[in-house]
Unconditional design. Sequence first.
Length: 322
Amino acid sequence: MICPKISFILTYYNLPIQMLCECIDSILALSLRPDEREIIVIDDGSEMSPVNALSQYEDNIIYIRQKNQGVSMARNTGLQMAKGLYIQLIDGDDMLLKEPYEHCLDIIRNHPDADMVLFDFSQSNDVKETRFDTPLKTSGSDYMRNHNIRGAAWCYIFRQSVRSQLAFTKGVAYGEDEEFTPQLLLRAETIFVTSAKAYFYRKHEGSAINQENAESKERRLTDNRYVILRLHDLCDKLPQQDRLALQRRVAQLTMAHIYNTIRLSHSRQALNDCLDDLRKKGLFPLPDRDYTQKYKWFRKMTNSAIGRTILFETLPLLKKER
């Protein structure tokens, strides 16, 4: 069965060349003919261009080098160039996992009404899935009202036309996906959700999420606050069902922001300042909703001085959650 053309947009900046090659190889290993795929590599101004090492792929990729502007603008460049009916964003240090991703391709092949296919990821490339559950079919808004979502922009295939003019915000280094993904889901009339672990997220020292210096921590908290406020402001402009869906996501992101303020700052004053700021914006206390058990527990803990003290003493000792 013929697959609609998919544009794979790879963003690259100062990564080991081998990782980028493995990423490209994982796409070429899929059951897609050359006319069913488009591989766009956006080099976001790396100190050393990888173009010479990519000569073996010259018939299979489009290579673009631009001035360093960050991953958001690199993705936007790729989106503007893409000619595929569907889009898959990939970070250049990650990979697609063949069998699970083939399952996602089959969903598109068999369901031409699919606007998005949401899938899971793995932190290991040794995934041996061969059997998959029947995917859930729903709308993006309905799914967001009833489920937590993965904000990562590489955890789904999406129809380019659904995006319309939606783009990543320039200058947001942490959480740019969290601003983009909920808005994209609200535009999707038909989505399919599968538990297939189709994406290998490679954790390494160079990953942005692993930067633990003071400047990176402060930037992460600042960017997260910006995204939360942007989505919060958008809620008032939406129809009721979409508003309820986005309010759930804003509440989850606000919870994560409080969690990260405690874990990254180790400062009671920073926590108090964070809560005061959220309170002024109408985001704290967290809404009284039965989203998840974890959410209800966290809301109860943050609503009391004793609970906040317990969180402050215990959260920095815990491993960072997925």
